[in-house]
Ligand binder design. Sequence first.
Ligand SMILES: *[C@@H]1O[C@H](CO)[C@@H](O)[C@H](O)[C@H]1NC(C)=O
Ligand SMILES: *[C@@H]1O[C@H](CO)[C@@H](O)[C@H](O)[C@H]1NC(C)=O
Ligand SMILES: *[C@@H]1O[C@H](CO)[C@@H](O)[C@H](O)[C@H]1NC(C)=O
Ligand SMILES: *[C@@H]1O[C@H](CO)[C@@H](O)[C@H](O)[C@H]1NC(C)=O
Ligand SMILES: *[C@@H]1O[C@H](CO)[C@@H](O)[C@H](O)[C@H]1NC(C)=O
Length: 448
Amino acid sequence: MAVCFCRWRNLLICLCTPCILLVLLFVYITLLVCLTTPLTSGTTSILNIDHFIAPGTHRNEGWAPSPDRFWEPHLSLGVWNLLQLSTDRSINPILRPYKHSRLPDRGANGSRDPRPAGDPPGSRDPVPQLDRLAGDILEFARHMHKRDYPVVAEPQDACGAGSANDHGRALLLLAIKTKVQNFKNRQIIRSTWGQAGWVAGQRLAGGGYVRRVFLLGTDRSRDNSTAWPDLVTLEGRQYKDILQWDFHDSFFNLTLKDVLFWRWFSRGCRQTHFVFKGDDDVFVNTPALVDYLSQQLGDPGTAMKSFMVGDVIGAAQPSRNNKSKYFVPEAFYAGSYPPYAGGGGVVYSGLLTKLLHLVSKRVHLYPIDDVFVGMCLLKLNAYPSHHPAFLTFDFPGDEEMKPCAYHKTIMVHKRMPDRVEQLWARLKESQPLCWNVTLREDKLKNKP
Ligand SMILES: *[C@@H]1O[C@H](CO)[C@@H](O)[C@H](O)[C@H]1NC(C)=O
Ligand SMILES: *[C@@H]1O[C@H](CO)[C@@H](O)[C@H](O)[C@H]1NC(C)=O
Ligand SMILES: *[C@@H]1O[C@H](CO)[C@@H](O)[C@H](O)[C@H]1NC(C)=O
Ligand SMILES: *[C@@H]1O[C@H](CO)[C@@H](O)[C@H](O)[C@H]1NC(C)=O
Ligand SMILES: *[C@@H]1O[C@H](CO)[C@@H](O)[C@H](O)[C@H]1NC(C)=O
């Protein structure tokens, strides 16, 4: 009896030991591979997003995928690069599944710690060298870990000002970045291209419901005069389209508006098909945009994809001229920028907004907002599509003078409020003449 038991035990040991060793080896190799693969591959397998090319535009071969980690060659240099590298390493797609891993949320207490990497337990961020930075970039770097600023004012309706009839299924939400003092811009937008409610298309018989929200920070420079905040609160009550957070509204803080808007959208706007995010100094041909988006909706599956369309800037480099508004020193960021859509006006799907909200938790805030959106998109392994009807840098040559020029565009930057009013009136006047024009196309691409 005992002999028999022993034989069986030996057999079991003989058979199982190699199996167990093989399993251990497999686990070891898997962990090794996961720890060294960049984050993108992990996210891709989970979200499975492919590169989407907007119909109606030329195929954007010009924006070939850039390397997954565009900043890598110079990673020893910049503060941002170092922080992002350590975050990428600490987020492991298998050990820590996608939804649970995120940047350490440091701001919860409203801490104004001048050391951004005041490491909470578990964070592996290095302490970056802030002494090489100066001016606005230093100010940005000091606060770049905090992103959960409280809401000061928000629309009563869950998803911005709109019409009672749209039953939450708006085609488009206009999310417009503005400043407290730009009251005139907001008023003109409300009465021209930013009208909420049903908007008829320019060309097609249909149309779509449009909602509107303005994104604001607070104006710290006027803190001691109470007149401005009061006016914005009143404005919010009147128009129900003010979404304001308690952070200082500066150029480098604009990225916070994206991040906080995505969070707000993910909570209350589940049904909205598309988002137009733009500045308050642009002119938008909303009827043409509504047409374009209705066509995308008709294309089965488009709204489900990571749809982003705008004026795409590929292979840009950070500005190293310290007189420029966009100046970013090498000590903060080294490397080139990923492809991104110019921030004057860009359109993306509601689904992408929610994905951006999730993935943005793994990307350190960047002082230039449209570049930050490009970085998040790259993390999703998606790319923006270029459409020549988005004119971030105005009309080329004398094209603006040609008949129906504005009917052929979706967005033109930059136009001051009085001009916007004039252009809107003209757009309506020339509608009988121009309604059937098609959107702008790139001249180069039209050559046979
Ligand atoms: C967090 O905030 C609470 C109350 O606002 C305060 O008592 C606490 O000391 C803060 N913790 C840290 C780490 O700052
Ligand atoms: C605001 O503060 C500045 C200096 O801090 C002061 O000179 C100015 O008079 C104040 N304005 C008002 C309206 O209190
Ligand atoms: C961004 O906003 C925060 C909170 O108001 C402020 O402390 C910080 O100085 C701002 N950053 C810049 C670059 O203006
Ligand atoms: C800007 O750069 C120039 C040349 O690189 C330098 O001489 C100057 O001190 C810089 N100015 C500031 C404000 O950093
Ligand atoms: C509108 O344009 C299309 C082609 O772009 C053309 O086929 C159609 O006849 C035009 N309709 C009118 C009423 O001009």
